[in-house]
Design a protein around this ligand. Sequence first.
Ligand code: KIV
Length: 268
Amino acid sequence: MSTQNKKTIKSILKLKQDGIPISMLTAYDYTFASIIDAAGIDIILVGDSVSNVFSGNETTIPVTLNEMIYHAKAVMKAVQNALVVVDMPFGSYQISIEKALENAIELFKTTGVQAIKLEGGKEIAPAIKKIVDAGIPVMGHLGLTPQSIHQLGSYEVQAKSAESQQLLLENAVCLEEAGCFSLVLEKVPANISKKIAEKLLIPVLGIGAGNGCDGQVLVMHDMLGLNPNFNPKFVRKYADLHSIILAAIGNYINDITTKEFPNLKESF
Ligand code: KIV
């Protein structure tokens, strides 16, 4: 395998230093990870959104550490160039700093990913510091943190007031000081994410956080239009795969029922 284009924590940091926007997309399986990697994405996130879009759960809460390991291993088999980051699922880092470190090590060691991601601010900074000190790169995640959905009450835009924006800024600084190499900001006003991206030395990746971030992340299933019923404002649909797949499968069924498939060339 050529290592010439392989993205590293260092090369991702350099993109920010050079003012080059960073691209990130989710993947949970071998086939899609290989396509995304071949397209030249900088970072692949094995997100705990796998719980929603793959497993059909309403929230990200039910996904387990073993399930994240399973998906991360599949993605890692495909990826040659992108930096691969995997989410620590809910419950795997909140119990104690020791437990967080133990689970982070298991995730890191068994999958071979280059970094892990944790949701939360000051309250998890000691756990992040411990994990980073053990040699595991950590990506932070602030703003709308889906693992806390029942505390937040809804998937609405976060940090709308001056006080909550100040708190967000303080949390972002705290995560950088704890050793995070990058930070995801989800569903926050564009003005505050721009301010945070300007203040921090580490890259800030936005999802529904405007154009002032150092890069952007989306859930692959959303930007490929796989679910016609999910149309949030911040998602740009680059394809309508739902319609394409529906039509293709309809044609397949039709060809079977009309005995058009298989034809002689497709038979032995
Ligand atoms: O799990 C996920 O897909 C994420 C992105 C929304 C950033 O955390």
